[in-house]
Design a protein around this ligand. Structure first.
Ligand SMILES: Cc1cc2nc3c(=O)[nH]c(=O)nc-3n(C[C@H](O)[C@H](O)[C@H](O)COP(=O)(O)O)c2cc1C
Length: 369
């Protein structure tokens, strides 16, 4: 079911369909949720300064990442427990990515697992692994991902330990997969604890080890500092991914859109730079492109869309996002991605309340219910 024609309706439909536990797991963030709000506030604080009288009768916005064509400069980030939002879980995202023409980064903590998804759906994909074992275990996972045809490998570096998400804690909420793991474990609390310990042992040596041993492009997700961005380039990391995990890990971090310009400067065109954190609309995407991003990740957008309408919902949402990108570029006087640059942006006071759903102000007025 993909019977929505605006992204606001998509968000409203998702909210209607999800129970409170799953909804809060999706939109919630760490501690005071300041990083989450700052992501949106950062995006809202960049305003366009359009150019006029250029021929925009044919706007071109498709691009490439790791030799894969992206129909729009947007990718689908890893979402753990995506099966909480749509029964088919990662399969729905895989099908939508293949049908629309974008890249899915598949989380190791969702179901079906990476090998089942690869068998079920053709298409280029990247595998994001949380370390829940030692180096030998990690190597065998990377080996299996390569054998399953994954085109890239993603290390998420901002999850050394799991944060405190109060919406989930107060309700004792656990996503379905975690519940099942506990049941399978005879009711004992998670292997999760072990998982988090391995994550916290990850260092630059881990990066060097992967680059030295495997012939698969490596993406590091969670880069916020230009110092780390430069070090990624020096260590041979193939894609630099600016992210604060959608505000779900370190609270009170700067907005990802505000981390982007310095990272782009440090990388200096030597690698593609991705960014996520609060991106919901075509105009948000175009702002990141103006500031030098190669492509933008849309995390909660992806989950809202599958919650609203399964894989068809995600395809529909991406089509609407595409229209928004095309219209924004045309109205900016930009016919190609090469026409987008920082001079098309200025800092302004944000125009809406700085909260996660400020991308959908009409929701607050119950406009769609
Ligand atoms: C429900 C949920 C689960 C997530 N699970 C993962 C994960 O398994 N691995 C990961 O690297 N990032 C994970 N993230 C972070 C996203 O990949 C992405 O960085 C973030 O959602 C971007 O912010 P946005 O939601 O504002 O777009 C998750 C985010 C959400 C909302």
């Amino acid at each position: 079911m993909s019977n929505f024609s605006t992204l606001t309706e998509m968000a409203a439909l998702a909210r209607k369909k999800l129970n409170k536990g799953d909804w809060d797991y999706l939109i919630g963030a760490a501690d005071t949720e300041t990083s989450l709000r700052r992501n949106r506030a950062g995006l809202d604080s960049w305003a366009f300064l359009p150019r006029i009288l250029t021929d925009v009768s044919n706007v071109e916005y498709s691009t490439e990442l790791l030799d894969q064509r992206l129909r729009i400069p947007v990718i689908l980030p890893p979402i753990g427990s995506i099966q909480a939002f749509t029964d088919a879980g990662a399969i729905d995202v895989a099908r939508a990515a293949a049908e629309f023409g974008t890249l899915q980064i598949l989380s190791s903590s969702c179901s079906p697992d990476f090998e089942s998804v690869a068998m079920e759906v053709q298409g280029p994909r990247i595998y994001q692994l949380y370390l829940t074992g030692d180096e030998g275990w990690m190597d065998s996972q990377i080996d299996r991902a390569i054998k399953s045809g994954y085109r890239g490998f993603c290390l998420t570096a901002d999850t050394q330990v799991y944060s405190r998400r109060e919406r989930d804690i107060v309700k004792g909420y656990l996503p379905q997969q975690a519940r099942e793991a506990i049941e399978a474990n005879g009711g004992q609390t998670m292997s999760d604890q072990g998982a988090l310990n391995y994550q916290s042992t990850m260092t630059w040596e881990t990066v060097r080890h992967i680059k030295g041993k495997f012939d698969i492009p490596l993406m590091v997700k969670g880069v916020m500092s230009p110092v780390d961005a430069r070090q990624c380039v020096e260590a041979g990391v193939d894609v630099i991914y600016v992210s604060n995990h959608g505000g779900r890990q370190l609270d009170h971090s700067i907005a990802c859109i505000d981390a982007l310009p310095d990272v782009v400067k440090a990388v200096d065109g030597r690698r593609p730079v991705l960014v996520d954190g609060g991106f919901m609309r075509g105009a948000d995407v175009v702002k990141a492109l103006c500031l030098g991003a190669t492509a933008v990740g849309v995390g909660r957008f992806e989950a809202l869309a599958v919650a609203a309408g399964g894989y068809e919902g995600l395809v529909r949402a991406l089509q609407i996002l595409e229209r928004e990108v095309a219209i924004t570029m045309a109205l900016l006087g930009a016919a190609t991605l090469g026409d987008l640059n920082p001079e098309l942006l200025q800092r302004q006071e944000g125009a809406t309340g700085h909260q996660y759903l400020s991308a959908f102000p009409l929701l607050d007025e119950n406009y769609f219910t």
